[in-house]
Design a binder for this molecule. Structure first.
Ligand code: PHE
Length: 378
């Protein structure tokens, strides 16, 4: 320690490199920003969509001069949708790439793997789309730009009750913190408001056969079924439910938002409803302009994850500008002070729990499209 201090004082030139802290960008160089995403594997559509949105924001920021005179450099790591892999790639981004901030992930379980690592390293992390409340509870370096599941569960329960669906069955993916939480929050609200959970069934991510659970659900004669997991299984669940002559409507959360839901589920998902962060059919100029730019850049349609990925990078750049620095506590505090930022997914204010208070939308699967039903304010 003494020797280092001596060197720093005595040899200013050497000191510049010897005393440089990890995470500090080289003056005049690029600002390294990490991103971890499921670019491959079971939920690849999540990672690819959020990455495209994130990259589009970074490209736009750089095209308009970057941040504080420097360009942003997005370094993306694929966690392959695999448990354990998120921690590995995030450690690598911090140790080898000296990132100043981390963007990601979509899936709550993987954000929960990375959050303690960022918290300990003092690297701000912004999740675009992880809605489980535990993610930001990890510590004061962890943020998100989306709503959380106690709200989403309430939105879904209120919607079910408004349709007169009081007797609801629940099918939960026990391997996903997101699904477990969403089912619980839905159950709490429905139970406290005159509804009843008539059957509670579970499965594990990757399962393909849901007949046993659905047979039990059929026996309980529910008015509706909440499938609180991801689209990967929701499409199959819908198909098998219809095969078993179950006609009750299906309900889901934001984890349903993928074109694959319809590709897999086909007619079986028609007439189902799910809550989401935004609707592509929303005429809002911000949303329509975003969709157009995205289409031009990628020749594909943006979904909620693309829009949230875009917003997460824009919020980070905005905080850097307000902080007047690209790193450390000043950057963290600036992210925490985000107030009324006009994002594609709405006005974003980071609250005291480092979550965003935002509206949700209900969508219906209609003729293979996700059609807008209503907006629900927090
Ligand atoms: N909210 C989900 C989770 O926390 C992820 C997700 C977000 C999926 C948006 C689809 C769309 O795991």
């Amino acid at each position: 320690m003494r020797v280092t201090r001596f060197l720093c004082l005595a040899l200013p030139l050497l000191a510049m490199s010897a005393c440089k802290k990890a995470g500090e960008p080289v003056a005049g160089g690029d600002i390294p920003i990490g991103e971890f995403a499921s670019m491959s594997g079971a939920t690849a559509s999540f990672g690819q969509a959020s990455h495209k949105g994130t990259q589009m924001a970074i490209d736009e920021i750089n095209a308009s001069g970057g941040v504080l005179g420097q360009k942003l450099r997005l370094i993306t790591e694929d966690d392959q949708s695999r448990a354990g892999e998120a921690a590995t790639v995030v450690r690598k981004l911090i140790a080898r790439e000296h990132i100043v901030a981390l963007l990601g992930e979509v899936a709550s379980s993987r954000s929960l793997e990375a959050a303690p690592i960022c918290q300990q390293a003092g690297i701000p992390m912004i999740s675009p789309a992880s809605t489980n409340p535990k993610v930001t509870e990890v510590g004061d370096n962890i943020f998100r730009v989306c709503f959380i599941d106690p709200f989403q569960g309430t939105v879904l329960s209120k919607f079910a009750l408004s349709k007169g669906w009081k007797r609801v069955a629940i099918l939960t993916d026990v391997k996903q913190d997101y699904s477990v939480g969403l089912s619980q929050f839905f159950k709490n609200h429905l139970g406290a408001n005159g509804g009843e959970i008539v059957s509670e069934q579970s499965y594990s991510s990757g399962d393909k056969d849901f007949k046993a659970q659905l047979t039990a659900i059929k026996g309980a004669q529910p008015d509706a079924i909440l499938a609180s997991g991801y689209y990967t299984e929701a499409g199959l669940i819908a198909l098998q439910a219809r095969e078993l002559q179950i006609s009750a409507p299906l309900l889901g959360g934001d984890g349903w938002d993928s074109p694959s839901l319809v590709e897999v589920g086909g007619k079986a998902v028609e007439g189902s409803f799910f809550s989401n962060h935004f609707s592509a059919s929303d005429p809002s100029p911000a949303i329509q302009a975003f969709l157009k730019k995205y289409r031009e850049k990628y020749n594909s349609e943006a979904d909620a994850m693309s829009a949230l990925g875009y917003d997460s990078a824009m919020i980070l750049a905005d905080a850097m500008k307000r902080a007047g620095t690209t790193k450390g506590d000043a950057l963290r505090n600036a992210i925490a002070n985000t107030h009324g930022f006009s994002g594609v997914t709405g006005q974003i204010t980071i609250n005291a729990q480092r979550n965003a208070d935002k509206s949700a939308v209900m969508l219906e699967v209609k003729e293979g499209k996700f059609s807008y039903v209503e907006t629900v304010a927090p």
